[in-house]
Design a protein around this ligand. Structure first.
Ligand code: ADP
Ligand code: MG
Length: 370
């Protein structure tokens, strides 16, 4: 990736086939004020042999707005891929409705403006990255010089310019994922759906894909991604829905879903023993992490007193502030709360209001953050 300069003309330039952007479909979806993606009570029940059924998705309500990165997160089997398949019109819902760019998922007009990167994309093993991108370009009706230029731009964008001739059978997972993204962008879509985009990638590969996702958003595209890797989603998305066993447990901007804990963390380095002992006395947790001292101060301990101890000792204050929970914490909290509420009346504590259970969710106008 580092070897290729940014090629965001691939994201913002002319449309495939020479059409100018933005597309008529996006404009109309934006103009009539509709979200780019809408799920209204969307449900899917798979019917199995011997009369068994799997309720893969139960009454999902969500909206994805123009130009945002929206993530559906949840553990394996929570209904994420089912949601994507419904949005692509690959399977039929058993209840509710879905719209993409204001159109039903099976509409060809909508499909022309959607890019899709499946989980672990798989291509003909004898094709090179460039051939794969050109193959998909031809399927989208791009020909000749346009096709060559488009493939060049996209391979540059995903950092595969220098490795365009490597055949799929010799590509790493990260390279295949990048080729998959380039192929998904060949028609210059307005909406990009990605299923588990960083799954199976090493940290550098995952970081590069996350950077690309942000660039897609910065270029005005709307991105919906599904992932079970909560910590990776946390870094890139604007809003999320947490799914668990096909049900939506939480929904909204990440900043609202992740609660700020009533705890102050102080991290310092080069602390003399005496200062370390004093700070430990003010803390209910003290530990070494990455060569630095980390203290979680007792609620009654003064933050400024603790800072003064570091200063007076000649130590280095690295950070101090309230702790925001991780997405994983929020997920576990919402699952636990749902498990409890299945047997008990649902609490309406103000402190829990950002993670309502489905039965007590406010209407979207009230619960839906702006
Ligand atoms: P996720 O992507 O979150 O891992 P999925 O949407 O793939 O979850 O699956 C949700 C549930 O639906 C799981 O219990 C899964 O076993 C079931 N499921 C998915 N596809 C099918 C299918 N084609 N037939 C029967 N059950 C399915
Ligand atoms: Mg899945």
């Amino acid at each position: 990736m580092a070897s290729d300069p940014p090629a965001d003309t691939a994201l913002t330039g002319r449309k495939a086939g020479g059409e100018s952007s933005p597309s008529a479909l996006t404009s109309s979806a934006a103009a009539n004020g509709r979200p780019v993606i809408e799920c209204i009570g969307l449900s899917k029940c798979y019917r199995l042999a011997l009369g068994y059924e799997v309720e893969a998705l139960s009454g999902l309500d969500l909206e994805v707005r123009t130009g945002e990165i929206f993530a559906i997160v949840g553990p394996n089997g929570s209904g994420k891929t089912t949601t994507i398949k419904l949005l692509l019109g690959l399977i039929f819902p058993t209840g509710g409705e879905a719209y993409v760019l204001g159109e039903p998922p099976r509409s060809r007009r909508a499909k022309r403006r959607i890019g899709f990167v499946p989980e672990g994309p798989f291509f003909y093993q004898h094709l090179s990255g460039e051939e794969v991108v050109r193959f998909y370009g031809r399927l989208c009706g791009i020909r000749g010089r346009d096709l060559r230029d488009r493939a060049d731009e996209l391979l540059k964008l995903v950092g595969m310019s220098n490795r365009r001739d490597v055949v799929m059978s010799q590509c790493s997972k990260g390279m295949v994922q990048r080729v998959g993204l380039a192929a998904a962008l060949v028609n210059d879509p307005d909406v990009v759906l990605m299923d588990e985009p960083t799954s199976g990638l090493d940290p550098i590969g995952a970081k590069e894909i996350k950077d690309l996702i942000v660039r897609l958003r910065d270029a005005g595209k709307t991105v919906l991604l599904c992932s079970h890797l909560l910590e990776q989603v946390e870094e890139v998305c604007d809003r999320i829905a947490i799914l668990h066993r096909g049900r939506r447990l939480a929904y909204g901007p990440l900043t609202e879903i992740l609660q700020v804990k009533d705890e102050t963390e102080l991290v310092a380095a080069d602390l003399p023993e005496e200062a370390t002992a004093k700070l430990a006395g003010l803390s209910h947790r003290a530990e070494m992490r990455g060569g630095a001292h980390r203290f979680i101060l007792k609620p009654e301990a003064g933050m400024f007193d603790a800072i003064e101890i570091v200063r007076a000792s000649g130590g280095q204050l690295l950070s101090v502030g309230r702790i925001r929970e991780s997405l994983e914490d929020a997920f576990i909290r919402s699952v636990m709360r749902t498990a409890t509420s299945a047997t008990e009346p649902v609490s309406t504590d103000a402190g829990d209001s950002t993670l309502p259970d489905r039965p007590v969710e406010q209407p979207e106008s009230g619960g839906e953050p702006t």
